[in-house]
Design a protein around this ligand. Structure first.
Ligand SMILES: [Zn+2]
Length: 268
């Protein structure tokens, strides 16, 4: 219960701060925020419901096997270093999971819901198809079990990841002097915008959600948009203007095979 209260309090606090930031210094004018917010909030609620249903099962599975199982349970390291290493490993896992969701066609069908947001702001961070949320939860549970990650590290990481994902989707920009410094360590809004480009070359870069070191190490970091930030076309990759019009369009998106003609017919 403390766990849930802590998560929700940090979420609301960070969300409100970022909302004020993008409201006071917007980087782009958001023309469709009403419809997008409606969609994104419903997706958040559906995702939360699915987590509520699957999490107890996954937690009991992890609790059942985690007494002596897992890497960290069997090596003798100071507690603080286990926490630190766990956070690093979980973030690296999220980076590769994200790459996998872009590279494997049936996973991309799920993840493209996140990329179908035609504008970016703090609410885009909660736009995920419920099936992707459940799959991510299962992948994380397996990693926690295999690595023997302490529950405290999972909680710290979840809070960090959540806050950082909201930060890098915010419709605002850091002052340029700070931007290049922050980019060395964490993914900034400037970097993550490039990942939301409609140009596939750009979409397939900057996969990190928290630390930017993985993009640097695994050579997927892109500091500048191909045609400059002002010409960055945000939205569904591979299309010029397509965007889902309704919540139904979004929910059935993973089960749809799009053809080029669909994009023409359905684009605005
Ligand atoms: Zn992505």
């Amino acid at each position: 219960m403390i766990d849930f209260t802590l998560r929700i309090s940090v979420f609301l606090f960070v969300f409100t701060l970022l909302l004020i930031w993008q409201w006071r210094c917007p980087r782009a004018s958001l023309l469709q925020w009403r419809q997008r917010w409606r969609h994104n909030i419903v997706l958040l609620m559906l995702g939360a419901l699915c987590v509520r249903i699957t999490q107890p099962f996954l937690l009991s599975m992890v609790a059942l096997f985690s007494q002596s199982f897992g890497l960290f349970k069997n090596i003798d390291l100071p507690y603080w270093s286990v926490i630190l290493l766990s956070i690093l490993l979980l973030d690296c896992l999220i980076y590769w999971q994200h790459r996998l969701f872009h590279g494997v066609p049936f996973l991309w069908r799920l993840h493209r819901v996140h990329h179908s947001d035609p504008e970016l702001d703090v609410s885009s961070a909660i736009r995920f198809h419920p099936i992707e949320i459940v799959l991510s939860l299962v992948i994380k549970a397996i990693a926690v079990l295999l690595l023997g990650i302490p529950i405290e590290a999972v909680l710290i990481f979840d809070v960090l990841l959540n806050a950082s994902a909201m930060f890098n989707h915010t419709n605002a920009r850091l002052p340029s002097q700070i931007e290049s410094l922050v980019q060395y360590l964490v993914i900034t809004p400037d970097m993550h915008r490039i990942h939301h480009s409609r140009i596939s070359e750009e979409t397939n870069s900057n996969y990190g959600f928290f630390l930017s070191i993985w993009d640097a190490i695994f050579r997927s970091k892109r500091e500048k948009a191909l045609q400059g930030d002002e010409n960055l076309n945000i939205g569904f990759p591979g299309t010029k203007t397509y965007q889902p019009d309704s919540l139904k369009d979004i929910l059935i998106m993973p089960f749809q095979a799009f053809k080029k003609s669909d994009f023409k017919k359905r684009s605005r």
